[in-house]
Design a protein around this ligand. Structure first.
Ligand SMILES: Cc1ncc(COP(=O)(O)O)c(C=O)c1O
Length: 367
């Protein structure tokens, strides 16, 4: 028999389908040059804060040393910002890594994972990688007034079973852009047993502005089974440095630390993240520009008869009411990169990031 590594892999890995990161962008940058509109990955087109860039440059001279395994300076600053103790934080090479490892730690053949239909794609992948059964709860209907296709927290609470150990929620959610309120989360947590962990993925947390929408961090004290993940990739514009973190009860963080690779956060990322936290003006302008551009895109699209879902993020989900693949390909041919959502079971939709004003204009004109 020939050598077959597929056969040698663990059963869960054999069944696994990897996360799809989208097009080969380095190749497309060479092909299209400056006209390329990169609206497929929900990055912050403003570019990094000058303070973050300067700190990153300064940190380069220390790269012959291993980075601080505790992320000490960043840890202290974030603990203060969020009103938690430093031992409640765990850092990840992007929050994606943390989401995957949470399942590795807490889920398995006898410990199921629950997530919502149209929730972030990493959730079912994390469950599958851990060999855990996944309970996928149907999303709210398209006609829902505030969160069409969003998480149905009541249905998720109703669907709880004894073996569910880990629940993933995204607030706001990718790819729908929808959200649930703080009060709804509080009511949900009341219905979840203590031994079931609830992860609230707040990768887009800095963009929250809607009434009643707020970070779950304030609920950590009352709910030791709550875990909140955050990212420096979106509003803080450090996607390329790969850094995210979670906030949890200190005892949960301590369990997590056993799996974390000690030096998973390089020192350039630590320095840039620490610096951008002090650049409040940068964050505010990133939030304001995003809100204004998103509103402009929503308005223009609506005037042209395109339906979008309500969003509290840096992207919009367009519902075309017909197969979106053809339009995505035609935009691609014109160097406008957006993300088709067939993989999410939403073949009629396209996800479009809020880019720079020029990129957004290119998208709208090309459309
Ligand atoms: C909902 C959500 N969570 C987590 C992530 C992962 O972000 P990162 O690993 O860059 O922190 C993303 C990235 O797009 C996301 O959309």
């Amino acid at each position: 028999m020939s050598f077959d590594p597929e056969r040698l892999a663990q059963p869960a890995i054999r069944r696994l389908r990897a996360y799809d990161p989208g097009h080969d962008l380095p190749r497309l940058r060479t092909r299209f040059g400056a006209v390329l509109a990169e609206l497929g990955s929900n990055e912050n087109a403003l570019g990094p804060s000058p303070a973050a860039l300067e700190a990153a440059h300064a940190a380069l001279s220390e790269t012959y040393r291993y980075p601080d395994p505790r992320c000490g300076a960043l840890r202290e600053a974030l603990a203060q910002q969020h009103g938690v103790t430093p031992d409640q934080l765990v850092f990840g090479n992007g929050s994606h890594e943390l989401l995957m490892q949470l399942a590795q730690i807490f889920a398995g053949a006898d410990a199921a994972v629950m997530h919502a239909q149209f929730g972030f794609a990493v959730f079912p992948i994390a469950a599958a990688a851990a060999g855990a059964p996944a309970v996928c709860v149907p999303a709210l209907p398209r006609t829902h007034p505030t969160a069409p296709l969003g998480h149905d927290l009541d249905a998720m609470a109703d669907a709880l079973r004894e073996d569910v150990r880990l629940i993933y929620l995204a607030n706001p959610n990718n790819p729908t852009g929808t959200w649930f309120t703080h009060a709804a989360l509080e009511a949900f947590l009341q219905r979840v047993p203590r031994d079931t962990l609830v992860v609230v993925d707040e990768a887009y947390g800095e963009y929250m502005q809607a009434p009643g929408l707020d970070t779950a961090i304030a609920l950590l004290d009352a709910h030791p089974n709550l875990i909140v993940t955050r990212s420096f990739s979106k509003a803080y514009a450090l996607a390329g440095l790969r850094i995210g973190y979670l906030l949890a009860h200190a005892s949960v963080a301590a369990v997590f630390e056993r799996l974390r690779e000690s030096f998973n956060i390089n020192q350039v990322a630590q320095a840039a993240a620490r610096a951008v936290l002090d650049d409040a003006a940068y964050l505010q302008s990133a939030i304001d520009i995003n809100a204004a551009e998103r509103a402009r895109m929503e308005r223009t699209l609506s005037e042209r008869g395109f339906a979008t879902l309500p969003s509290q993020t840096n992207f919009l989900l367009l519902d075309l009411g017909e197969d979106a693949q053809v339009l995505e390909q035609r935009l691609f041919d014109q160097a406008v990169i957006v993300r088709p959502m067939g993989g999410y079971g939403l073949p009629h939709t396209l996800r479009v990031s809020v880019g720079s004003r020029a990129e957004n204009d290119r998208f709208l004109e090309t459309l």
